[in-house]
Each structure stands twice: as C-alpha cells, then as structure tokens.
Design a protein around this ligand. Structure first.
Ligand code: IFM
Length: 460
C-alpha cells in the first residue's frame, strides 16, 4: 500500500489550463483581440514584458498536450474557450475556424478517454465589448449568454461539464479596482458593478447551458480562507469585510439567493450606488448548479487598517480598511503565497457548514504552486517543493471527504508552465516544464509523482 492520499472510488483527478495562458496564435483563424492582447501592450502591465501571443503554442501543439494528459492518467482536462476565437467582436455569428479548433481538441480528448471540462470565460473578454463598457455594463452579461449558447450548441453533447466563469473576483476587482489585470481600470464603484454583471452573466449562461441540455454546469470561484490576526473586535470585523469581498458576495447570491449581509460595512464608502442591481437578479444568479468549483492556493490573515486612499474620488472597491499579515511559519511559493494545506480542508468544511443542503457537490478546479524550477543539465526538473504542495493539499482534500464534504474531484493547476498574467513567464505552475523559446515540453518530477498518485488511487 502506497502512502499517497486516499480518495474515494470515482474521485476525479484532472489538470487545468486556460486559453490565453497557453494557446498563442492570437491573430490566427479569425480570432479577434481580447482585453489581454490590449493590456499586455501597456508598459509595466506584465513584469517580464512577455505576453500570450505565443505562450505554449498549444494552438498548434494541442495533440502533443493531449498525449501528455493521456500519459498522466487524468480523468478530466479543464481548458477554457477563448471568446474572441468564437466571436471576434463579442457578438454575432460564430467563427467556424474558432469552433474547429475546439472541436479538434474535444475529439482528441474523448478519443484519449479524458473528460473535457470547458470553462467559458477565463478573463479574455473581446476588446470590442470592453470598448462598450466591459463588465461595467449589463449588456456584456447578455452577450456572454449569447456566446455561451453558440458554444453549447456546438459542443453541448460532447462536453459533459461546463464552467461559466473562472474566478469572477479577479475579473471584477483586479480588472476594475486595482488595475493589476486587464482591462487595467481603477476606482470607484465599477468593480462592484462588474461583480454584479459577472454574476448576472453567470445566471444567464446557466440558462443557455440548460437549454442546450448539457450534463453538468457550475462556476469556479477563488475562495479565500480568511482569519483575523487577533481576536480584537476591530480585526474580526476587518476579517469579515475581507471574507465578504472575497467569498460571501459571490457564494451568498449564487447558493443562497441573497446579497451578502456584510456588504454595507465592507463597501461603506461606495455602497450608496447599487443602481446596477435589478429586481429578479437574485433569482437568475441563484439558478441551481450541479457543482461548485473551488480554486484554492493560499489563505489570508488580516487586521484592521485605515483607508489607503484619503481622496474618496480616487478610492477603489478594494480599499476596505484591512491589510494582510504574513502567515507565521509557512513556506512561501515563488508567488510569495503561504503554503497552508489545512486551510483548504477548513475552507471546504466551512462551505458545507454555512450552506448545508444548498451546497452542490464540490470540485477543486484549481490547486497548485509556482516554484523556482531549475532544469538540470539533462533538462529534468526536480520540483520537490511542488510535489510536497500537491501531496499535502490532496491529503487535505481527503480529510475534507472524511469530514463529510461532498468533494468529487481535484484539478491540478497547471498541466504546463504558461503565461501567468501580470507575472508573464516569470512564474511557473506547470507539471510539465515549457521552454518558451522553443516550446519544448519536459514532464517534471511532480508530473511523475501525480501520475503515480492517480494510478495508486485507481488500483486501490
Ligand atoms: O494562473 C492562474 C489562473 O489563471 C487562475 N487561477 C490562479 C492561477 C495562478 O495564479
């Protein structure tokens, strides 16, 4: 008997990627520009000046990547569909060459016995829609539902599991509050409007997926595990504000059909303008889901802090009177993220405790670590820290199952090194090393470890 973490029979092991981070070919076969194509051109937007223009060249090498997945032994592969490949300007008829690429990918996956899991939006909004207001505008939610209907009509019978949005917190707050991500906007209430329109877009897309008769549909949230630095009431109140912005303003409307009760305090300086909310929205947003996707990397410890921006006109929706505190004794990954696997178990258990029967089965749709990988002379990568990260988080997942959480699967982020957004190619999350100048793929030690863990699980 190996000492790999034990997960129940039928538990799905997978690997994940997203379109802009791996595909490249941003100008091929009629693909239109996305907000990331525009954003990366800004000086200082990406720390190493790279972009997703070539990335892993997966658009041309997807066969090789499916072969890697098959050899790894995963039962699921989570990828995203690039909206600007399907609708180059964000509306109108589908671009057949864009559909063809995903048809080839899906067929290859099915032939390899791997279940395709498609994310519809992993941050690459067609630029034309951003020019018309982006997620600040409710119209983008309507366009998202139309795009979803086009994709689901084409692949609904072959792709069993669909994820509407990936990490809408990032789209709203990094995109429209602190400007770290595309479209790089800052300030005011626009992040709150974006958050709401993303949720409305999710609800409308759920309707489109149901109309197409897909088997399973849900959303992936990057939920935080937030703890106050001290038991002092100011710090517990600060932790609640952080938890509201990171978790509850998403999970409460999605799962319980209500707005998060702490919003008024969390966004006290901005809250008076909620005119983007309409009657009936909560019913739309809380359409039943078949699963909740949870992306988890690291927890937060927070304490109360003064407003960072004294000028109300310049203040953003991220300025909610708290600051992060370093996690004591935890190892930090190359992202500077504390490695705390217990927080994953606690997060999953807390979801079950808060939502009870309202909580659908959970899939961990992302988990992994960026490490300082240094290839040896023969090209091999001995990423012991990543193996320890994966092992400890899979163990935390198995403990959550033992504690009664209905957890159905685990998806490693990421199949391969890729374009890590504002960090470009300077951060590597892959199980497979990618030499970006040549595109050469080399499975790391963590790939071999994960392969053995999957094999051990299926033979138990
Ligand atoms: O690379 C990202 C991914 O696109 C979304 N979730 C977090 C990952 C690591 O930062």
């Amino acid at each position: 008997m190996s000492d790999f973490p034990v997960l129940p029979p039928g538990f799905e092991f997978g690997a994940a990627t997203s379109a802009y981070q791996i595909e490249g070919a941003t100008k091929e076969d009629g693909r239109g520009p996305s907000i990331w194509d525009t954003f990366v051109q800004r000086a200082d937007a990406v720390s190493d000046g790279s972009s997703g223009e070539t990335a892993c060249d997966h658009y041309h090498r997807h066969r090789e990547d499916v072969a890697l997945l098959a050899d790894l032994g995963v039962s699921t592969y989570r990828f995203s569909v690039a909206w600007p490949r399907i609708q180059p300007t964000g509306s109108g008829a589908a671009n057949p060459r864009g559909l063809d690429f995903y048809a080839r990918l899906v067929d290859d996956l099915l032939e390899a016995g791997i279940k395709p899991v498609a994310t519809l939006y992993h941050w690459d909004l067609p630029q034309r829609l951003e020019d018309a207001g982006g997620w600040r505008s409710r119209d983008t939610a309507e366009r998202f539902a139309e795009y979803t209907a086009l994709v689901a009509a084409e692949f609904g019978d072959r792709v069993p599991r669909w994820i509407t949005l990936n990490e809408p917190w990032c789209s709203a707050f990094l995109g429209y509050a602190n400007g770290e991500h595309a479209p790089g906007a800052r300030g005011g209430t626009s992040a709150l409007a974006a958050a709401h329109h993303l949720l409305v877009g999710h609800g409308l897309a759920m309707g489109a997926l149901r109309a197409a008769g897909v088997q399973e549909a849900g959303i992936s949230l990057n939920l935080d595990h937030v703890r106050p630095a001290t038991p002092a009431p100011v710090d517990t109140a600060a932790a609640l504000r952080a938890e509201t912005q990171r978790n509850l303003m998403w999970t409460d409307p999605l799962l319980a059909g209500c707005y998060a009760p702490g919003e008024a305090d969390t966004f006290a300086e901005l809250i008076e303008r909620q005119d983007f909310r309409r009657e009936g929205d909560l019913g739309l947003i809380s359409a039943p889901m078949d699963f909740l996707g949870v992306n988890y990397y690291t927890p937060s410890i927070v304490r109360a802090a003064p407003l960072r921006e004294p000028d109300p006109a310049l203040r953003t929706a991220m300025d909610i009177r708290y600051e992060g505190v370093a996690h004591p004794d935890a190892r930090l990954t190359a992202m500077g993220w504390a490695v705390v696997p217990d927080a994953l178990r606690e997060l999953l258990v807390s979801l079950r405790d808060r939502y009870g029967a309202l909580l659908p089965p959970i899939h961990i749709t992302e988990n992994g670590s960026a490490e300082h990988d240094t290839p040896a002379a023969d090209g091999s990568v001995h990423d012991a820290d990543r193996i320890a990260y994966l092992e400890s988080h899979l163990r935390a997942a198995s403990e959550a199952v033992a504690a009664g959480v209905d957890l159905r699967g685990y998806t490693a982020w990421s199949l391969m090194d890729n374009f890590e957004w504002a960090f470009g190619h300077s951060r590597r999350f892959g199980l497979v090393h990618v030499d970006f100048p040549t595109g050469t793929r080399t499975p790391k030690a963590s790939y071999h470890w994960y392969k053995a863990a999957i094999a051990a699980s299926s033979t138990r």
